[in-house]
Design a protein around this ligand. Structure first.
Ligand code: ADP
Length: 471
């Protein structure tokens, strides 16, 4: 089972750390004690004493040829519970206080060598019965060595530790665990308080209260609060634009529907009965139905572009050619509006694109340019290459758009000045939104620059099909 709260997790973590530390501390102390000379100080002292006394005396005794009184010296060693041996420099034992020593000790020559080489004061060896011996070799003269040995006493480390260490450590451990519980509770509170606040704010957002979350607490929580503020801002904006969208759609439907309803009611009630009036009413109904049709088609196009389900018939097209034929198609409308249109072309640039959809984009831009231009002014269409992009600019000398409004003209249903609609055949503010979605679906981008009273320039950048072939 997973520990469910931060509090419990912290407590378990602390407890584990405390237990591990106690375990390692105990193991370290046992290990250090086991090999510590402190435990065997008594034995070493006795060995040192015997070794010191005998080495001095033996040098005289051996010099004066072997003397049986030597046994007296060894009695002293026996009293101190230390075994003694005299070894000649060929490794043969001359005297042994205990015959057992010779069979169990390493060869005497090795011992003598040990004594020469080793820096250690007291050495150890383990005999066949696994008993550990301490021994010390000292030189009597050039021909003889004295070996002093004593069994390592058995110190009951287990019970020593149980009495002296384990109990106090368990007590300390218990206190530490209680401390860990308190500290983990405080820590958990400290950590979870800002998280609880975040969770409360998330609940508020879910209930539709978009209050900004205060940026406080640990850095990670501050980061989370910032991200949540960002997110709630986006959700709020998206909900607002959704509401605006529905309101706009309803509004745009309402006007033509009211006209259609009014005129058809008038025909039905025979309020209009003259053939000319009936014809006029029918004309209005037709026009408004057309308008509704266009609106519904635009909305469907946008919905498909949003969902990414718009079928794109992409093929290799040449952009200069596409623009030239669009201008040709617009010739009549252009002449009617009294503006001049000029195209500045470049060498062939091929795109992989849906020509119908791209035509819709450029038609919208040219249509807007005509709508917002005064008679006699010029519309300049330029095609150029920028890196791996083909750039098409549509520049007019019309009314222009202010800086604040420029940021919004690609929004759905946004119209700079609803009253200033260009001509009777005005749109509903979806043209640029659709244009942007189409351009984005082609991997390109659309932007606008403008100067109030001087005109606007719309720039469409589209990726060139195979950049290397188009060099
Ligand atoms: P509409 O159907 O109203 O033309 P668009 O999405 O095409 O909708 O354009 C949005 C708004 O941007 C227009 O209502 C207009 O106010 C502004 N606009 C677009 N093109 C131009 C232009 N060339 N000059 C001035 N204003 C423009």
């Amino acid at each position: 089972m997973q520990p469910s709260s931060i509090n419990l997790r912290l407590w378990l973590t602390y407890s584990l750390i405390i237990l591990l530390v106690l375990f390692f501390a105990l193991a370290g102390i046992v290990f250090a004690f086991q090999s510590s000379p402190l435990l065997y100080r008594q034995v070493f002292l006795r060995m040192d004493l015997v070794s010191h006394l005998l080495t001095n005396r033996l040098s005289f005794v051996i010099a004066a040829d072997w003397d049986p009184t030597i046994d007296l010296f060894f009695k002293e060693a026996e009293l101190l519970d230390v075994e003694v041996a005299i070894i000649d420099n060929k490794g043969a034992s001359v005297f042994l206080s205990d015959g057992y020593l010779e069979s169990e000790l390493p060869p005497m020559t090795t011992l003598a060598q040990d004594a020469e080489n080793s820096q250690e004061h007291i050495l150890t060896f383990r005999d066949e019965e696994k008993i550990i011996w301490f021994y010390k070799i000292s030189k009597i003269n050039d021909n003889y060595y004295l070996l002093v040995a004593a069994e390592r006493p058995n110190v009951a480390i287990g019970s020593l530790f149980q009495d002296e260490l384990v109990k106090p450590m368990l007590k300390t451990g218990l206190f530490a665990l209680i401390g860990a519980f308190v500290v983990s509770w405080l820590m958990a509170e400290w950590i979870t308080r800002p998280l609880k606040r975040l969770s409360q704010s998330a609940n508020n957002i879910a209930e539709g209260k978009y209050e900004p979350i205060p940026i406080e607490g640990p850095r990670e929580v501050q980061q989370l609060a910032r991200s949540m503020n960002d997110m709630s801002g986006k959700v709020e904006n998206s909900l607002k634009s959704q509401r605006d969208f529905v309101a706009n759609v309803s509004h745009e439907f309402k006007t033509p529907l009211t006209s259609i309803q009014g005129f058809s009611q008038a025909i039905f009630d025979e309020t209009v009965h003259k053939p000319a009036d009936i014809k006029h009413a029918a004309e209005v109904i037709l026009k408004e139905t057309d308008r509704l049709n266009i609106l519904v088609n635009d909305l469907l196009t946008l919905a498909k572009l949003d969902a990414g389900t718009m079928a794109m018939n992409k093929e290799k097209i040449e952009i200069n050619h596409l623009i030239k034929s669009l201008i040709e198609d617009f010739r009549f409308e252009i002449e009617k509006s009294g503006v001049r249109i000029k195209g500045v072309y470049t060498k062939p640039l091929y795109l992989f694109a849906d020509s119908t959809r791209l035509s819709q984009v450029f038609l919208n831009l040219i249509d807007n340019a005509i709508k917002f231009s005064k008679s006699g002014s010029q519309i300049l269409i330029t095609i150029s290459r920028e890196g791996n992009y083909a750039c098409v600019g549509v520049k007019d000398q019309g009314a222009g758009i202010s800086e604040e409004e420029l940021e919004r003209i690609f929004e759905r249903f946004y119209q700079v000045d609803k009253a200033r609609k260009g001509g009777s055949d005005h749109g509903v503010g979806l043209g640029l939104a659709i244009a942007r979605q189409i351009v984005v679906a082609h991997g390109g981008e659309i932007s606008a620059t403008s100067q109030l009273g001087e005109g606007s320039t719309f720039m469409v950048k589209l990726p060139i099909e195979d950049a290397t072939q188009n060099q």
